[in-house]
Design a binder for this molecule. Structure first.
Ligand SMILES: Cc1ncc(COP(=O)(O)O)c(C=O)c1O
Length: 380
């Protein structure tokens, strides 16, 4: 075997030996009861989204044909950004093809030391998503990691570095994707203000589910111009894509400096139109949000009764923390044998010793679905 390929083969063997090898799941999930996805509001298959996509496709084409800065800027891209900014309460917004790309591109640009004049001090929650780490890595920025959701720890770290004349930025998710717990975004913004830091909040898992009209946990707070809110269309909005909502100055800066915006083809008008339609539907889904969160609460209570550990979840994302990768895989396979699809999440996605099942609840699940899930969990 070619020498380079031998290294790849050895890496795969090592992952397999640790129980960490990843494989694509079965592509036909239609017959299964699915708790492995992120379609939190059950919008992915709504005809309104498909109709909006088709209408935009007929008007603007299947593809955007180029970067937004060249040929890819359609009215539907602009309309979606205007709507995001209005509903998030910011001056402006900018959309990207994926959430991963949004974080990687925006965080890298915001941390650019050639612009900031010094290496920034980056304070990051320990459990932030991989795409946020990538943004830091692309900028060559070292992260000062604070204990998960521990704002006293963050405060102490900010105090420790208060006298350093380097730009400061705080990075956190609002609802954490693997644990289903929530950051106190108002307290984060207050801390950021006190220490003159920029605040960057990832609302990937909160968008659609939280906020007075479903526009995320940050919807309930008065956003500071130095707060940048990021989110995805790939979860509760049922499509794909990412956005940042921010001050106009920040949007203008990202439009000029974020490589993932400048050097990538704009998202297809079909996908953007579907995302916009989903966004418009969110305020009408209050009853669905209440039902979703009530089912999650009931699931956690039942898990505890069964002796399982749902961690600190307070949302529609409910982990069942099992410990070893082998236990997580065995539980996932036992549920699959009963026709129930869940994700087994292992390191490096979650810390060592916390391999788990991740149950992503959706407004499209029924009480009968929940009963079936709990019965299957009870027989593990
Ligand atoms: C917190 C968080 N941010 C960003 C992303 C990336 O979003 P996307 O799937 O749209 O690329 C994810 C994806 O799971 C996520 O969990």
């Amino acid at each position: 075997m070619n020498e380079t390929l031998q290294h790849y083969a050895a890496a795969l063997e090592s992952l397999a030996a640790q129980g960490l090898l990843r494989r694509l799941p079965d592509s036909d999930c239609s017959a299964r009861l699915d708790f492995s996805g992120n379609d939190y509001m059950g919008l992915a298959k709504r005809p309104e989204l498909v109709d909006a996509a088709l209408e935009a496709g007929r008007k603007y084409g299947a593809g955007s044909t180029g970067s937004r800065l060249l040929s890819g800027n359609t009215p539907v891209h602009q309309a979606f950004e205007a709507r995001i900014a209005t509903d998030k309460g910011t001056e402006a917004a900018l959309i990207f093809s994926t959430g991963y790309q949004t974080n990687a591109a925006c965080i890298a640009a915001l941390l650019d030391k050639s612009v900031l004049g010094a290496e920034p001090l980056v304070f990051a929650d320990k459990l932030n998503h991989a795409s946020m780490h990538l943004g830091c890595a692309l900028a060559g920025a070292k992260q000062i990691r604070y204990r998960h959701l521990d704002l006293a720890h963050l405060n102490a770290l900010l105090e420790k570095h208060a006298d350093e004349l380097r730009p400061k930025i705080i990075l956190s998710e609002s609802v954490f994707g693997m644990d289903g717990d929530q950051a106190d975004v108002a307290a984060l913004q207050a801390l950021a203000r006190r220490f003159g830091a920029l605040l960057y909040i990832d609302e990937a898992h909160a968008t659609g589910v939280f906020g007075p009209r479903g526009y995320g946990l940050c919807e309930a707070i008065d956003l500071d111009p130095a707060t940048v809110v990021m989110g995805t269309m790939s979860k509760a909005l049922g499509t794909s894509g990412g956005y940042v909502a921010c001050a106009r100055l920040v949007r203008d800066y990202l439009l000029n400096k974020a490589g993932g915006f400048i050097f990538s083809t704009a998202p297809s008008p079909l996908v953007v139109a579907a995302g916009l339609r989903a966004w418009e539907l969110l305020p009408s889904l209050d009853a669905e949000r209440k039902g979703l969160l009530a089912r999650a609460e009931n699931l956690r209570a039942n898990l505890r009764k069964l002796g399982f550990d749902p961690g600190q979840s307070t949302t529609h994302i409910v982990p069942v923390i099992l410990g070893t990768p082998e236990r997580a895989i065995a539980a996932k396979e036992a549920l699959a044998a009963k026709g129930i699809l869940v994700s087994a999440v292992r390191p490096p996605t979650v810390p060592q010793g916390t391999s788990r099942l991740r149950l992503g609840l959706s407004a499209s699940h029924t009480d009968a679905d929940m009963t079936r899930l709990m019965k299957a969990l009870g027989s593990l």
